[in-house]
Design a protein. Sequence first.
Length: 237
Amino acid sequence: MTASPETLRDIVVANHILAHEEVVDAYGHISFRHPDDPEKYLLSRARAPELIEADDIVTYRLDGDAIDAGDRRPYSERMIHGAIYEQRPDVNVVIHNHSYEVIPFASTGTPLRPVTHTCAPIGRDIPVWDIRDKFGETNHLVVTMEQGRNLAAALGGGTIALMKRHGCVVTGTTVAETVMKAIYLQVNAKLQLQTMMIGEPDYLTDTEIEECTAMQQAPISLDRAWEVWCRRAAKNS
């Protein structure tokens, strides 16, 4: 079952945007639930996001088995994606990254909360998952469905979960919305750390988070951001 050229293009562009905005480097990945079969998802072969092309995109079953991989080696952490899609039928996009600005919050347990209106979509209560709690000392990679399901359970009904000493997962319903969330999660981590250096952060209230999120994810705002991110990534491709 081949995805449409438009779907493949969106995944490729999203990878390039995440790389250009430095949310990912050589590592990290974004997947998309297959638009024609919710029991499958689309994810690149194991390749640096900046270099991904349409021919790199592979179709996977939720258990991580590749359908059409051929000689394209898969990411070892694809189980993150399948496990979340399995538990969350409302999720269509999953991003896993190792944002260096976010990791200090994942490693210390210091809550990561919105400090400015553009970062509101990250939400108020972001859980932190620790692979040690159930699986002991490992290389921290999520390489089995059991590990993926445990991470998905920690994510619960939310859209973001931090991974202690590792990174995070960001989920959403559309590629543009999820990419925005991942970018501004990193922005917020940087701003929150800067704020904490000079004083106590005055975080957005629950009402402000709700209203600012609606504003940020409205087409007039999301489309503007997506356009400029696409332009920036294209100039560097």
